[in-house]
Design a protein around this ligand. Structure first.
Ligand code: ADP
Ligand code: ADP
Length: 237
């Protein structure tokens, strides 16, 4: 469970990007984060993985207070947070399998053909994940040989390989066509339900969010102005 209490972020320039944002994401729930540009969506995601320092408030993942961690504990805590990106952030010259295994490691090794250095159970787990995202037969292809939708599937498998307790998903479909976008959103929400993973998905496409997420949180000028079941958004607006 992710729990955010009274989270406020004021940038040094003086912009208050988040104002006392408070909500919890229980296991298995996928929250769609919506709102106009400048509303604070990226700031919220970045506060959770501490790429941005919160000004005040608390962020807890399970028992861990993410705000108070020193750099060493922060590295460990980040291993518990799976990230999925708009532009996939794959290593293009590596194979699909190698990209997934880099998620398990938490970094990309520089030596060649590193797959064989992994214990068998990591490899088996990576194959299981590739099967789940529909890429089993592409395991040995280079990432740059794949379509956008396939790359995002690799991104999902890589995030899962680190066995995260939380998924942070930043505009996962912004570079994809509508049909592929629906497939990717369906895959993310199904996997979160299967694994009882909480997730926050920063998503610009509100109708797409409404179709797949469990709950919508709307930000405007750093304040939470919507927190509701997706089908009730029209009444709330
Ligand atoms: P941008 O300025 O980033 O282009 P928009 O203002 O076009 O964003 O908003 C994108 C979508 O999000 C629109 O469909 C809009 O209705 C919806 N939206 C904007 N603000 C909120 C909010 N505070 N809560 C819920 N939905 C919102
Ligand atoms: P969104 O992701 O919803 O578009 P952001 O979190 O990027 O919103 O931005 C929220 C507010 O914080 C905006 O007013 C933006 O100008 C400001 N902001 C974002 N990043 C910075 C930064 N690094 N320094 C100063 N102000 C920032």
């Amino acid at each position: 469970m992710l729990s955010i209490d009274q989270l406020t972020k004021t940038y040094t320039a003086g912009d208050t990007a988040l104002r006392e944002v408070t909500f919890r994401v229980p296991q298995g729930q996928v929250v769609g984060l919506i709102g106009p540009s400048g509303a604070g969506k990226s700031t919220l995601i970045r506060c959770i993985n501490r790429l941005v320092e919160p000004s005040s408030g608390a962020i807890r993942l399970g028992e861990t207070d993410l705000v108070s961690l020193g750099s060493r504990e922060l590295r460990q805590a980040r291993r518990r947070i799976g990230m999925i990106f708009q532009e996939y952030a794959l290593v293009e010259r590596l194979t699909v399998m190698e990209n997934v295994l880099s998620g398990r490691l938490g970094y990309v090794p520089f030596w060649r053909s590193f797959t064989r250095r992994f214990p068998g159970r990591d490899i088996e787990n990576a194959y299981r994940l590739l099967d789940r995202v529909g890429l089993l037969e592409h395991a040995d292809k280079r990432a740059d040989a794949l379509s956008g939708g396939q790359r995002q599937r690799v991104g999902i498998a890589r995030a899962l390989a680190q066995e995260p307790e939380l998924l942070l998903v930043d505009e996962p479909t912004a570079s994809l066509d509508p049909k592929t976008s629906r497939q990717i959103m369906r895959l993310i929400t199904e996997i979160c339900a299967e694994r009882q993973l909480p997730a926050i998905v920063n998503i610009h496409d509100v109708p797409l969010a409404q179709q797949f997420v469990d709950r919508l949180i709307g930000l405007r000028a750093g304040r939470m102005v919507v927190d509701d079941a997706p089908e009730r958004l029209d009444e709330a607006m």
